[in-house]
Design a protein around this ligand. Structure first.
Ligand SMILES: Nc1ncnc2c1ncn2[C@@H]1O[C@H](COP(=O)(O)OP(=O)(O)O)[C@@H](O)[C@H]1O
Ligand SMILES: [Mg+2]
Length: 725
């Protein structure tokens, strides 16, 4: 056509580089007489990524035939939009909501109430959206994103992950990360205002927030260390500072909408925080939207308890129970997808409606499956007048006969995955273990291949729509080898939890543990030492899922140590129940003679477990652990913490006498004797002793004394304060 090659070079390497990275000049640029349409067709064929090229030879043929017809009738080829029939031959379900006007209106009304219309006092509201998986909960809430932003509201969202329930606040962190990123894109002067507001609100306590949401540091900069506090005070501080933090964003000028998706998988720490935010008397301009699968939460589920508590405190709680699409809506969806009239798709729509019950996720998957089984085909046919037309065709009887419509949603998706190339299936299984969202760098680590190879393997899943890229940058590794310079962070998500679940189910039961273990080991191996703590939950969760099949003592000990780190981190984030879980998992990994062989680790795990059991109100397990420490710990000082926990638990359960009893015994061990029934004489003597200790320059002199450093005295004080309410 042009008489020359797309790239001219004698150097092989340069040629390869050109093919990978450079766009050739368009034919019409080289020879102006070449018609624009022909030039565009050639460029489409030369496109770097497969999705930009023609999807079928039929699509190309159709465009060429249009050219031919034009040439034959008018003697020249006019410019026309190419690739239209090629596009039509792909089964694309329109990205819009069918039905749901009422529900979307309810959501917007809640926002309007919270934003305040100037007449009513503003409020805080909780709005729940429940319904079966795939029914469209996430979609309707996403629908109000734009209108809310238009009204200057902030809309932030986070999603719980079915396989990541052990990460405290994961969903809230995700939501605020996106808010911080939104803020970071503001002009410098605006950003400075945010910085000042946040600093004013947080004072010296910024680090409390940074510890849970690291992104905040990008805005407010490094913050002073926060003093260690005893647990109850630490909890109060966390709650107070978090409220101050939220308050910065919930203002008349910009109300805040927080959308927490898939609350059925929420961790207990998040539920507590949710309750705190909602029931705070000063809270304002805040709308919390929560979506959950009602068929997966029973009335004893912690979520239901939390909702009840919020309701009891007089907060307005509204509830949308999402129903399946009705037959008319299904008809419309199918007609739009197949570009036919509703009459024409009538019987197909009825069949699909009956099979899927009007569940939109299920029915779009079913349509895709029908297509890949060639039960739904796009037929190109030549027109007698020249050119090509095409339309979707199907045979109802054939579809009924083959029984394809009898599969469940997960089976259907699983069978779609099984049609992908083997390597793609494998990488999807790994991704399913990693999470609902995953990044290319993590996936390529667990896939043990380069980012580019991994991206290419994933590409087939992207094409089926089962995986969705979270940004355009996913195209880069398809063309460039990123091995050395991972400058781009490429992230993806599963189309839906059901897809993740289906991929996960394809891992044979006997290999699940080994897979998690392998992923955990690779993550650990590839994390630089200073990043282990930051990623500790992800690493430990994978390893714990496979810990049953660990054999080597040294590796078990290592995992126990990692669980200790995870437990401490959860404890620092006031997620006591999770802390207890991690510590327990750590304890279970210890060998029978761990007290002798690995004293420090064993002792630390037991003591931390005792304390976190106490803090989460698990008094019986707490006592069991404490008793073991009392028996096994080497020194008296090593036992003080668990004595303290035992005393505090007695106080909490109003068993004061028992608490005093334990305290007196402990004090006796420390060499401090209190008489059980003090006499007049005892009291006078103690008073005299105290008076004699006051320095010559009076009470103030005490202030100038150096802080106590004697461990025994400190322990004594610790025990004494635990018993004095
Ligand atoms: N009203 C609707 N009309 C058309 N498609 C819908 C509708 N609601 C949801 N979908 C599609 O169904 C799929 C599942 O919806 P999603 O909101 O993720 O469900 P859920 O959050 O309830 O599990 C999505 O791919 C979405 O595009
Ligand atoms: Mg959802």
């Amino acid at each position: 056509l042009t008489g020359e090659l797309p790239f001219k070079s004698t150097d092989t390497l340069e040629l390869i580089h050109c093919h990978i990275a450079k766009n050739p000049a368009a034919p019409a640029q080289i020879i102006p007489e070449i018609p624009e349409a022909i030039s565009k067709i050639v460029m489409k064929l030369l496109a770097k990524t497969a999705e930009e090229r023609y999807q079928s030879a039929w699509g190309l043929k159709a465009d060429l035939e249009t050219c031919l017809t034009q040439l034959q009738t008018t003697g020249k080829i006019d410019n026309f939009p190419i690739g239209q029939l090629d596009y039509a031959s792909q089964l694309i379900v329109p990205q819009k909501l069918y039905g749901r006007q009422q529900e979307v209106a309810t959501l917007m009304a809640a926002f309007d109430r919270v934003a305040g219309d100037g007449t009513n006092p503003t409020t805080t509201e909780l709005l729940l959206v429940s319904g079966y998986s795939g029914i469209g909960k996430t979609s309707i809430i996403k629908e109000i994103h734009k209108p809310i932003v238009r009204q200057r509201g902030y809309f932030i969202a986070g999603k719980f992950d079915q396989f990541k329930r052990n990460i405290p606040y994961a969903c809230i962190i995700q939501a605020f990360q996106s808010l911080m990123r939104q803020l970071l894109t503001e002009p410098t002067d605006k950003l400075q205002i945010w910085k000042n507001k946040l600093l004013a609100a947080l004072g010296q306590n910024g680090q409390v927030i940074i510890d849970v949401i690291p992104e905040v540091e990008l805005i407010i900069g490094k913050q002073p260390e926060i003093p260690q506090l005893p647990p109850t005070e630490a909890e109060n501080r966390f709650n107070r500072v978090f409220k101050q933090f939220i308050y910065v964003f919930t203002q008349k000028e910009h109300p805040l909408v927080i959308f927490l998706d898939d609350l059925q998988w929420a961790d207990s720490a998040t539920l507590k925080l949710m309750q705190l935010l909602m029931t705070e008397p000063d809270s304002q301009y805040l709308l919390l939207i929560g979506a959950y699968r009602d068929n997966e939460v029973s009335y004893t589920h912690p979520l239901i308890k939390t909702i009840e508590e919020i309701q009891k405190s007089g907060i307005s709680v509204n509830h949308i129970v999402l129903q399946p699409l009705n037959l008319d809506e299904v008809k419309q969806l199918i007609a739009d997808t197949l570009k036919q009239t509703t009459e024409k798709v009538n019987s197909l729509a009825e069949l699909i409606f009956n099979q899927t019950g009007g569940n939109p996720f299920f029915l779009t998957q079913l349509l895709q499956e029908l297509k890949s089984e060639n039960l739904l085909t796009f037929n190109f046919s030549s027109l007698p007048t020249g050119g090509t037309k095409g339309e979707w065709q199907w045979n109802i009887e054939e579809i009924k006969a083959i029984g394809i419509a009898d599969k469940s949603a997960v089976e259907l998706v699983a069978s779609r995955i099984e049609k992908l190339p083997k390597a793609t299936q494998e990488v999807l299984k790994l991704a399913a273990c990693v999470g609902n969202r995953f990044t290319l760098d993590v996936l390529s680590i667990v896939n043990e291949k380069s980012p580019s190879e991994t991206a290419i393997e994933l590409y087939w899943a992207l094409q089926t729509g089962l995986i969705i890229p979270l940004s355009e940058s996913y195209k880069i590794p398809l063309v460039f080898d990123l091995e050395k310079s991972k400058i781009y962070s490429v992230a993806y998500k599963f189309l839906h939890d059901r897809v993740q679940q289906a991929a996960y189910f394809l891992i044979p039961e006997s290999q699940k543990k080994a897979t998690h273990l392998k992923i955990g080991r690779l993550l650990l191996k590839n994390a630089p030492a200073e990043e282990i703590e930051a990623n500790i939950f992800d690493i430990v969760n994978q390893l714990n899922l496979g810990s049953d099949i660990l054999i080597q003592e040294s590796e078990k000990d290592e995992l126990a140590r990692l669980n200790l780190i995870a437990g401490r981190k959860a404890k620092a984030a006031i997620a006591y129940e999770l802390a207890f879980k991690y510590l327990n998992a750590g304890l279970e990994l210890l060998s029978a003679n761990a007290w002798d062989n690995n004293y420090d680790l064993t002792w630390a795990l037991y003591v931390e477990a005792t304390e976190s059991a106490y803090l989460s109100g698990e008094f019986e397990p707490m006592r069991q652990k404490a008793d073991i420490v009392v028996q096994k710990a080497k020194t008296l000082l090593d036992k003080i913490k668990v004595y303290e926990c035992k005393i505090l638990a007695c106080v909490a359960e109003e068993k004061l006498l028992e608490g005093i009893e334990i305290a007196l015994q402990t004090l006796k061990l420390l060499g401090v004797n209190f008489p059980e029934e003090p006499t007049e004489e005892d009291i006078n003597r103690a008073l005299a002793e105290t008076a004699s200790l006051i320095p010559e320059n009076g009470i103030e002199g005490l202030m100038n004394l150096p802080p106590i450093s004697d461990a025994y005295s400190l322990a004594t004080i610790q025990i004494l304060t635990s018993i004095l309410p």
